[in-house]
Design a protein around this ligand. Structure first.
Ligand code: AMP
Ligand code: ZN
Length: 507
């Protein structure tokens, strides 16, 4: 079967075929490097890694570009506040991004590129737009003239014709002729870093960065462009306008957007302050592989609600898979093969491939593998598993993990390598693992503060604690009962004891 992907542009699931030969040319918008990326960002990056890995699994070659936005309002403002040159400041967070990528098993793209190293290409593209009548200068800045591009809005499919020319509906401090117009080049303000260009000293707008870098490495028309759904408008809509106005060609064939990681119904974001970095979670004892698993577990077009319980369950799921693999390789079984079991393993492989072919339905792909693990474990427990059955099961597991990449237990080694835990913690975690326990609660070595958020508990976790509290009260253990009330309060949950029992609500 071939891979089918939902294309935001066509609003349907289309069969995927590269435009040229066997190589997939793909651009995924990377982070703005003014701070640590949060795990919401990583939901999108993990999804893009699953897409990348599955394309490879299907036998395609990848030519994949990821960019670092290392110049924009945020990077400039934050570097100035830190009293650091822009490059030194963004270097710190680019390095952190690289470390997080390795911790989360994100494959290296063929090109990881910085905006500030491609200013020449951006200037050239802006010049083309000016020459072709799609852009104009005003007060040292250059704007894209949306009225000159009739296809504007094709990705978003919103009608912007009602927006009045000259109206000021946003906080943009630059002067433009039409409210829909967007900035390509920003005139330098005093004290800001700038590049000298024919338009005057300044810096690129965010959208032009991605158009210039993607077309430089992938050509004027390429296969896939991806980002979180918040990038559809205006970022990707503007990228299409700039690129297609400049080249007269289709910019991208398939647009793939992932839905958000949310916390209590709201998008996880820096501005709302409801975010965790990967380091925050490591500091709380969660393994990067569990974070990866959690982020990959929900299909990308559905929002994913973040809870600590979710990461914990992800960790348990991985343990289950690793234990099964351990049994497959280490346990002894009677000689022979079982046709039924072999068929189970093959069926699981077909099912997970069919699920991923279906617009990367990761939840179904997980379901297929867990069905296989259940059948395999049951057969082993009942003495039905045969020595000759190992290969089929190991093969399906290995294939599945080429895409999900969570089975190799190298979390500790990586955390140690990047100084995120101390050696002593590794020993403790190893002995915990040997004792068959969960290696939670790693000692943190880099002094990275956990974020200031209160914990988010799932309804199930709350009910569980409530049941424990009722039990404790029944045994007269009021100290424990009070402790549970306090920790729930800390997590934003208020208890109310009534005659009918204990009720709870979130703050
Ligand atoms: P930024 O660093 O803000 O440019 O974002 C980098 C990537 O993360 C973009 O593709 C965003 O769409 C994506 N992103 C930001 N917040 C979230 C979130 N809460 N859930 C999923 N993806 C997100
Ligand atoms: Zn972009």
């Amino acid at each position: 079967m071939s891979l089918r992907l939902y294309n935001t542009l066509t609003r349907q699931v289309d069969e995927f075929q590269p435009l040229e030969g066997n190589t997939v040319r793909m651009y995924t918008c990377g982070p703005t490097v003014y701070d640590y990326a949060h795990i919401g960002n990583y939901r999108t990056f993990v999804f893009q890694d699953i897409l990348r890995r599955y394309l490879e699994y299907k036998g395609f070659q990848l030519r994949h570009v990821v960019n670092l936005t290392d110049v924009d309002d945020n990077t400039i403002r934050k570097s100035q506040a830190a009293g650091m040159p822009l490059r030194a400041y963004t270097d710190k967070y680019s390095a952190a991004f690289q470390i997080d990528r390795q911790l989360l098993n994100l494959e290296d793209p063929e090109f990881l590129v910085r905006a500030t190293e491609h200013i020449g290409e951006m200037v050239k593209l802006i010049q083309t737009l000016v020459d072709r009548g799609y852009a104009y200068a005003s007060d040292g800045s250059v704007y894209f003239k949306v009225a000159a591009f009739p296809h504007y809005g094709q990705l978003t499919q919103i009608d912007l014709s009602g927006a009045r020319a000259g109206a000021r509906v946003d906080t943009d401090k630059y002067d433009k002729n039409d409210v829909r117009d967007f900035v390509l080049w920003k005139a330098a303000k005093p004290g800001e870093p700038f590049w000298e260009t024919p338009f005057g000293p300044g810096r690129p707008g965010w959208h032009i960065e991605c158009s210039a870098m993607s077309m430089q490495y992938l050509g004027e028309t390429f296969d896939i462009h991806s980002g979180g759904s918040d990038l559809i408008f205006p970022h990707h809509e503007n990228e299409i306008a700039q690129s297609e106005a400049a080249t007269g060609k289709t910019f991208v064939k398939v647009w793939v957007h992932s839905e958000h990681l949310i916390v209590n119904g709201e998008k996880m974001s820096k501005s709302l302050g409801n975010f965790y970095t990967l380091r925050d979670l490591i500091a709380r004892g969660y393994k990067p592989s569990a974070v990866r698993y959690l982020l990959a577990s929900v299909p990308h077009r559905k929002p994913l609600n973040f809870t600590f319980d979710g990461v914990h369950q992800a960790q348990q799921s991985i343990d289950r898979l690793r234990n099964f693999r351990f049994r497959l390789t280490k346990e002894s079984f009677p000689a022979g093969t079982s046709t039924v079991l072999q068929a189970h393993a093959q069926e699981a492989r077909q099912k997970f491939e069919a699920a991923l072919d279906d617009n990367l339905n990761s939840a179904e792909a997980l379901g297929a593998i867990f069905d296989m693990v259940r059948d395999g474990n049951t057969a082993m427990d009942h003495g039905d598993f045969r020595d000759g059955d190992r290969g089929a099961f190991l093969d399906t597991l290995e294939r599945w993990d080429r895409v999900f990449a969570v089975l190799d237990d190298n979390d500790h080694a990586k955390l140690l390598k990047f100084g995120l835990i101390k050696p002593s913690a590794v020993a403790a975690a190893d002995s915990a693992a040997e004792a068959g326990k969960d290696a939670m609660g790693l000692e943190v070595g880099n002094g990275q503060p956990a974020s200031m958020l209160v914990e988010t508990l799932s309804d199930e976790a709350i009910e569980k604690l409530l049941a424990e509290r009722t039990g404790a009260r029944g045994h007269g253990n009021y100290a424990r009962s009070d402790e549970i009330r306090a920790s729930l309060l800390n997590a934003g949950v208020i208890l109310e004891d009534t005659k009918a029992g204990t009720r709870w609500k979130r703050k």
